[in-house]
Design a protein around this ligand. Structure first.
Ligand code: UDP
Ligand code: MG
Length: 321
């Protein structure tokens, strides 16, 4: 039985040798069970020697396959490309930096073999070694998104998981461009088993995620899976309009019935209200803009990634391909 392991790589020249060694150990460990492997490295437009490292591995090892992107398209696109290229009956996605311990894979394989689940996914139970502010916002984000969307995204869930072919095909059928895989994995359903592990720090190199990149990723996640913010804007608009209406009645009663004419002292409150409403309008427009912008990008129907090269490039191919 063939198992595909997909590794998205962006500037990972230092980690790849470690990972490759671990993958080879894994292959030896599972060979007696009749498992064979293909290692698919997706080079996401790295600017270092990642490409050369991958090509070198491929030249030595027939199980190594690769897809090179024409530029950096992001990890989401890299995972999609890997899934598309995969041929295995079981497919796993793991990071190049060994933060997704390959040593968990045998256990994952056993779970699928014994038909306990269709997806075995890893979950970090600690965020040790991560900046405190990042952990804090990450936790908030999972709380917030889970309150808004219909499927549950587990806190600490990683992209690291082993899936059956049927799940992979389901994920590939979700072909939106702004991909938020953690949501897509949950959205396609199937029986998921969680394996918990403590956080592992990357073996070499450094993280590609700045705080700003993570923030944008969080917004993408929310906008991709729920229109709740739009509803929030509606509710905020409705409540402030109602408040304004009550305020109007109050002044009407004061002026017309009680005949109190001291309108000038009301100037600061007026200013406050104008600013408040102005802010709400801008916010609602911003929220609207997020959705319209995404709709615009989706309607263009551009491909998720552009392939520059793969392991078949340069080889002689049959005339019809
Ligand atoms: N990655 C990628 N494209 C990117 C950024 C990251 O393919 O634009 C890959 C990266 O090489 C690694 C994985 O995604 O294999 C996770 O990235 P990283 O370790 O930087 O993220 P972290 O573990 O810090 O969340
Ligand atoms: Mg990492």
């Amino acid at each position: 039985m063939l198992i595909s392991l997909i590794v998205p790589c962006y500037n990972e020249e230092q980690s790849l040798p470690f990972l490759y060694k671990a993958l080879c150990d894994l292959r030896n460990e599972l060979a007696p069970d009749g498992k064979s492997f293909e290692f698919i490295f997706v080079n996401d437009g790295s600017t270092d020697k990642t490409k050369d490292v991958i090509k070198y591995m491929a030249s030595k090892d027939g199980d190594v396959r690769y897809v090179f992107f024409s530029r950096n398209f992001g990890k989401e696109a890299a995972m999609y490309a890997g899934l598309e290229a995969s041929r295995g009956e079981y497919v796993a996605i793991l990071d190049a930096d060994m933060q997704d311990p390959p040593s968990l894979i045998p256990e994952m394989v056993r779970s699928l073999d014994s038909d306990e689940a269709d997806i075995v996914a890893a979950r970090r139970v600690t965020r040790k070694g991560e900046p405190i502010i990042r952990s804090f916002f990450a936790r908030r984000f999972y709380k917030l998104i889970n309150r808004m969307i219909e499927v549950e995204i587990a806190d600490g869930a990683r992209d690291f998981r082993l899936m059956r072919r049927i799940v992979v095909d389901a994920i590939l059928s979700v072909s939106e461009r702004q991909r938020f895989s953690k949501g897509i994995f949950a959205w396609v359903g199937f029986r998921t088993k969680w394996i918990e592990h403590v956080n592992v720090e990357r073996v070499a190199g450094e993280t590609k995620w700045s705080f700003w990149k993570l923030f944008k990723y969080a917004i993408d996640g929310i906008v991709a899976f729920t229109t709740a913010p739009l509803r929030l804007a509606t509710i905020a608009g409705f409540s402030s309009a109602s408040a304004a209406f009550l305020y109007m009645i109050y002044y009407f009663i004061r002026a017309v019935i009680l005949r109190i004419y001291d309108t000038v002292p009301g100037y600061p409150s007026l200013l406050c209200f104008i600013l408040f409403i102005g802010g709400l309008i801008l916010m609602a427009l911003g929220v609207l803009g997020e959705y319209i912008g995404r709709t615009y990008i989706e309607t263009k129907g551009r491909p998720i990634y552009i392939k520059a090269e793969d392991e078949n490039s340069g080889r002689t191919t049959s005339p019809d391909t």
